[in-house]
Design a protein around this ligand. Structure first.
Ligand code: HEM
Ligand SMILES: [Ca+2]
Ligand SMILES: [Ca+2]
Length: 342
């Protein structure tokens, strides 16, 4: 695979090049799959562990070092598998990378495997974490829109930035929300960073992909996909609905804003003046090919729950063919042992 990178590499970043190749080849298998999704989720769950009132070190790697404390937080359900996947690589490079740098580096690299994702920046130089994150700082899918927006605002993120960050759910799924169906994607294309999450979540929901009555889940509109209550609320909330709608058809805008917001997330609790810009090490993700924002087969503009008061949702083409039935995301460990680790 070609790995186009920026040419202006700071020599102090050169040691990262073989590490990047190793993670892309061996951890992610050069795929935008389960391991890459997990690494992306991890950058958020490590970074958001900071608050102006109760403290915490933000993007400091505390979720690795103090995993006994942080993995017990209910909001971190499912991250045990991610730490299992990343752990051996973290150990291998722990003599040259702190846990905070490792998590943010792996997360930035994970996006290089996803067609349509932006190439995000990476800064090196996080000191080792001092303590575990305080509890209750990671948003839950059953939190209200107000609670989520307030949590993000307390660490400097606007409602628009929150929605840009949620484009990550275009390359994502849930293992633990409905434990009967691990690997259930949030949109119809979980291995492509496109804008389907913003279209799919606005369609009127009428099905549960597995069992009903799971906390944090509401009905989705596409067989095989799971809709988080938080995504559903934020798609419809007056404070965020117009950003959500705008992103449904503007891949370039969400790409750009997500890239900037992810980088900002990676610096929470850190002093950028003490860090080195190693962005040149991150390869350019593959381009998004032949993507046209569209409604899934059998659904149309009439199925959109109009939520932005300022402008109507645009009319989009309808994909031809029978209704979608989106397959689960293969679980990372299955690649190695073929076993059932659910
Ligand atoms: C409003 C705040 C958010 C909430 C409530 C939320 C909630 C969730 C939940 C419940 C899951 C499924 C976990 C499981 O059952 O395995 C999930 C998955 C995921 N989230 Fe979020 N999330 C939020 C924001 C973010 C942000 C800011 C990012 C990244 C920048 C992110 C990236 C991901 C990814 C990549 C996955 C998929 C993990 C996988 O497939 O293994 N999320 N999120
Ligand atoms: Ca942390
Ligand atoms: Ca997608």
């Amino acid at each position: 695979l070609p790995r186009p990178r920026a040419a202006d590499l700071d020599p102090r970043c050169a040691f990262l090049l073989p590490i990047a190749d190793n993670l892309l080849d061996e951890l992610f298998d050069n795929e935008c799959g389960d391991a890459a999704h997990g690494a992306l989720r991890l950058i958020f769950h490590d970074a958001i562990g900071i608050s102006p009132t109760v403290g915490g070190g933000g993007a400091d790697g505390s979720i690795f070092t103090f995993n006994e404390t942080e993995l017990a937080f209910p909001a971190n359900d499912g991250l045990d598998d991610v730490l299992d996947d990343l752990g051996p690589f973290f150990q291998k490079f722990s003599h040259v990378l702190t846990p905070g740098d490792f998590i943010q580096f792996a997360g930035a690299l994970s996006l290089s495997t996803c067609p349509g994702a932006p190439r995000v920046q990476f800064a090196l130089g996080r000191p080792p974490p001092k303590a575990a994150s305080p509890p209750d700082l990671v948003p839950e899918p059953f939190d209200t829109a107000t609670s989520i927006l307030t949590r993000f605002a307390s660490v400097g993120f606007s409602p628009q930035e929150v929605i840009a960050l949620l484009s990550s759910h275009s390359i994502a799924g849930a293992d633990t929300v409905d434990p009967t169906i691990p690997g259930t994607p949030f949109d119809s294309t979980p291995s492509v960073y496109d804008t389907n999450i913003f279209i799919d979540v606005l369609l009127k929901g009428f099905l549960f992909p597995g069992t009903g009555n799971n906390q944090g889940e509401v009905m989705s509109a596409i067989n095989g996909t799971l809709r988080l209550q938080s995504d559903s609320e934020l798609a419809r909330d007056p404070r965020t609905a117009c950003f959500w709608q705008e992103f449904a058809t503007n891949h370039a805008a969400v790409q750009q804003q997500f890239g900037a917001a992810v980088f900002k997330l990676s610096l929470l609790g850190q002093n950028p003046r003490n860090m080195i810009d190693c962005s040149a090490v991150i390869p350019q993700p593959p381009a998004l090919k032949n993507f046209v924002p569209s409604f899934p087969p059998g659904q149309s503009h009439a199925d959109v729950e109009q939520s932005c008061a300022a402008a109507p949702f645009p009319n989009l083409p309808i994909q031809p063919g029978p209704p979608l039935d989106v397959p689960p995301i293969p679980q990372a460990e299955d690649d190695d042992d073929g076993g059932d680790d659910s």
